[in-house]
Design a protein around this ligand. Structure first.
Ligand code: SAM
Length: 302
């Protein structure tokens, strides 16, 4: 298996550590983090690259001693098999993503939530598979982030949205605080009371938000950087002050920047040295301390 061929790595982290940025392959890194430590996991993996991985057959989805709750065994394998027959490229992508999502599930606290940020070309497959992996009852939302930027196709409706799938670890105990979320202006303020206009409305599952402005304060120059406003809503709703937030496709570190601004703590992982350089700059004048480390290859098991 790919995971078995990979070098084991260790990261010295406990919930009493400072914020942490780790350089290295995320699967190897997150395997060394303790279970149930994070209230929120946000993942923004690169769009399906079609990278061909060596075939791996998952016959049981287990992580340590815990079985993934909601994992339906044969049902999941059957759905995966159908999708495999249908779309080779997605299949290769899922082989990459699946072990990482299983780790995300293991790392979520009982009240924790996963936000998986995807491109419209893959989100429908991922939703079917996540329903089977986390359990249909753990599905919370499909958020549409709509923006209006860049070239527009003339031969079909121009695609101007991303999809963020939201799954909770435990549908009975998950944390979600809508009162902590910044409210937004009413679209038709004339139709509601002045009091409501002043308070603003709770965002729905469709979020209109600009991309990162090219010359704005938050622009880091990292090509796939996501806007802080999107992460702000996610972190406000699905974590509390002092909670730990994990992003192991960290890129420019947007999740960490917003988490720190909101009084949360964070662990970020990225394998790209340019991402690590961008994060060093981004966190240089942060008040909360941030440690940077390379994943260390563990000594062979005796
Ligand atoms: C779409 S970008 C994330 C952008 C980020 N949300 C932001 O706001 O800047 C995906 C990131 O995943 C990283 N990545 C891809 N595969 C990885 C792996 N196996 N381990 C660690 N990082 C990986 C890439 O280097 C890239 O920075």
């Amino acid at each position: 298996m790919i995971a078995d061929r990979m070098k084991a790595m260790t990261v010295a982290w406990t919930p009493t550590s400072p914020n942490l940025v780790v350089a290295g392959d995320n699967l190897a890194v997150v395997k060394s983090l303790p279970s149930e430590s994070f209230t929120l996991v946000y993942l923004d993996p690169p769009f399906n690259t079609g990278r061909v991985q060596r075939r791996q057959t998952t016959t049981a989805v287990r992580s340590g001693t815990a079985t993934v709750a909601g994992f339906k065994g044969q049902l999941y394998e059957r759905i995966k098999g159908d999708l495999r027959a249908y779309d080779d490229v997605f299949d290769d992508y899922w082989e990459f993503l699946e072990p990482r999502l299983i780790e995300a599930w293991r790392l979520l606290a009982d009240d924790g939530t996963l936000y998986l940020h995807l491109d419209y070309r893959e989100s429908h497959y991922a939703k079917v598979l996540l329903d089977a992996l986390f359990g249909r009852e753990s599905f919370l939302n499909e958020i549409i982030w709509a923006y209006d930027y860049g070239a527009k196709s003339k031969s079909r409706w121009p695609s101007k949205h991303d999809t963020i799938l939201v799954y909770v670890k435990n549908p009975k105990t998950y944390h979600f605080d809508s009162t902590a979320v910044d409210r937004e202006p009413y679209m038709a303020p004339g139709l509601v009371t002045a009091e409501k206009v002043a308070r603003g409305k709770l965002p729905t599952d469709v979020w209109w938000h600009t991309i990162v402005p090219t010359n704005g304060r938050e622009k880091t120059g990292y090509p796939t950087q996501k806007p802080e406003g999107i992460l702000r809503r996610i972190i406000q709703a699905s974590s509390r002050e002092g909670d730990w937030v994990l992003d192991f496709f960290a890129g420019s570190g947007t999740t960490g920047a917003v988490a720190a601004a909101l009084g949360r703590r964070f662990v970020l992982v990225d394998q790209n040295p340019e991402a690590i350089d961008v994060m060093r700059l981004r966190f240089a004048d942060h008040q909360a301390p941030v440690d940077f480390t390379d994943a260390v290859t563990a000594p062979p098991a005796s």
